[in-house]
Design a protein around this ligand. Structure first.
Ligand code: FEO
Length: 404
């Protein structure tokens, strides 16, 4: 294979970035929109005795990674650390172990099974490490920190104490294609990281909150995730995560909706305007544009969601059902939930939507459904909903103020 000429980039002494930037990718898992592309970060660490590769790249970018590795002059890789079995990080391992016949793939026990199943990697090529185990590279040590469910059950982080680098794989990552190797403290990185957290990590926030204690005492200089820039100001991202996973919801109402013939839109806009008059930040999200990431990001902080849908064939609009299903699996911190909608002759819109959200343990405030276009009594019912939500948000704001 003729390799194009890509170069490794220095992270810190003995640590090089040999990953790939995917500027043009627009969807991940055929589910998650990538408006800003993504990257697959792979890192090469050179000890005096051994060399290790931390994670690889998506199979579509194998050639780029191999070219960057070649540019370092390193000819022998002894260990390939598979922090996570998902193919955007493990997918190039088969080619690397083909080229480096003596290399061992370092994994958790669960990851071993997954790499056998997903990539048909021979179990004999794998070295299972327990939580806290270390590998001596010669002057440099790799320590493995088991960190399951961020976001698969087999995940671990790798700590390089002599350089104070934490290789965190998906945790702290962002789907962001950029030429910047480091994040410094740029707002767009934080936005990308929040989008990533919302779409991938939010369902596991309780688990992450508990596990963050495992890295509390590390004196970290760099957090090197497997997507997006490296954090050379680690608190920038760890503080953000702590807030996302553990802070109470904010004074924010989110209204994901669809309207077919304007009736639902009239209800939604009247509701949003009413909330604004009460001084409560309310975001109206038209589900027709297809970017569920925007909705997911708002759900990180929202205290209330009001779903808007017309009736279609006796139920909610399919795009609203899809959004409700996502709401259910993303498990945000919501405290209150309600529904606005319009119907022509009948149906089970409310029952259907609540039925797809069993994980949402929020208080359900009386939905407002109207026949055809909304009339005076429908707007009065929306006024009552605005009042009920405002009352609850006022109580929440008082609680937040007392805490701060
Ligand atoms: Fe970036 Fe879970 O893979």
């Amino acid at each position: 294979m003729q390799l194009r000429d890509f170069k490794a980039r220095k992270v810190t002494d003995d640590v090089m970035w040999v990953g790939a930037i995917d500027w043009d990718r627009r969807i991940f898992d055929e589910l998650i929109p990538l408006p800003d592309g993504t990257s697959y970060n792979s890192y090469l660490i050179r000890g005096s005795k051994h060399t290790a590769l931390i994670d690889t790249v998506d199979p579509a970018k194998t050639e780029v990674m191999l070219s960057r590795i070649k540019s370092t002059g390193i000819e022998k890789i002894d260990y390939i650390i598979a922090n996570h079995a998902e193919q955007d990080h493990s997918g190039s391992i088969p080619i690397v172990i083909e080229q480096h016949k003596e290399a061992k793939v370092v994994v958790t026990e669960k990851c071993k099974g997954m790499l056998c199943d997903l990539l048909h990697i021979d179990a004999e090529r794998m070295l299972v490490v327990k939580d806290g185990d270390t590998i001596d590279l010669g002057g440099l040590t790799l320590q493995f920190i088991h960190f399951p469910w961020v976001h698969w059950p087999e995940t671990m982080l790798t700590w390089l104490p002599e350089r104070a680098v934490l290789f965190s794989c998906d945790l702290f990552g962002s789907h962001l294609a950029t030429g910047d190797l480091f994040a410094d403290s740029q707002a767009d990185v934080l936005l990308g990281a929040k989008r990533y957290y919302a779409e991938i990590m939010m369902p596991f926030r309780s688990n992450i909150n508990k596990q963050l204690a495992k890295i509390n005492d590390l004196e970290i200089s760099y957090i090197a995730p497997s997507h997006g820039p490296i954090f050379n100001i680690p608190n920038f991202i760890t503080d953000a995560y702590l807030d996302w996973v553990s802070s109470p919801p904010r004074n924010l109402v989110v209204v994901p909706y669809i309207s077919m013939h304007d009736s639902t839109r009239q209800m939604v806009e009247y509701f949003v305007d009413g909330m604004a008059r009460r001084g409560i930040c309310t975001e109206q999200i038209n589900l027709g544009d297809g970017d569920i990431g925007k909705l997911a990001m708002l759900l990180v902080d929202a205290a209330t969601v009001v779903v808007g849908s017309p009736m279609v064939l006796m139920g909610a609009h399919p795009k609203v059902v899809y959004a409700a299903y996502l709401l259910n699996i993303l498990r945000p911190k919501l405290l209150h939930l309600s529904i606005l909608g319009s119907f022509g002759w009948g149906g089970k819109l409310v029952e259907q939507l609540l039925g797809v959200m069993p994980n949402i343990k929020a208080e359900v405030l009386p939905p407002v459904l109207c026949k055809g276009a909304p009339k005076a009594d429908d707007f009065a019912a929306i006024d009552a909903l605005v009042a009920a939500i405002s009352e609850r948000h006022a109580a929440l704001s008082n609680k937040l103020t007392r805490k701060s």
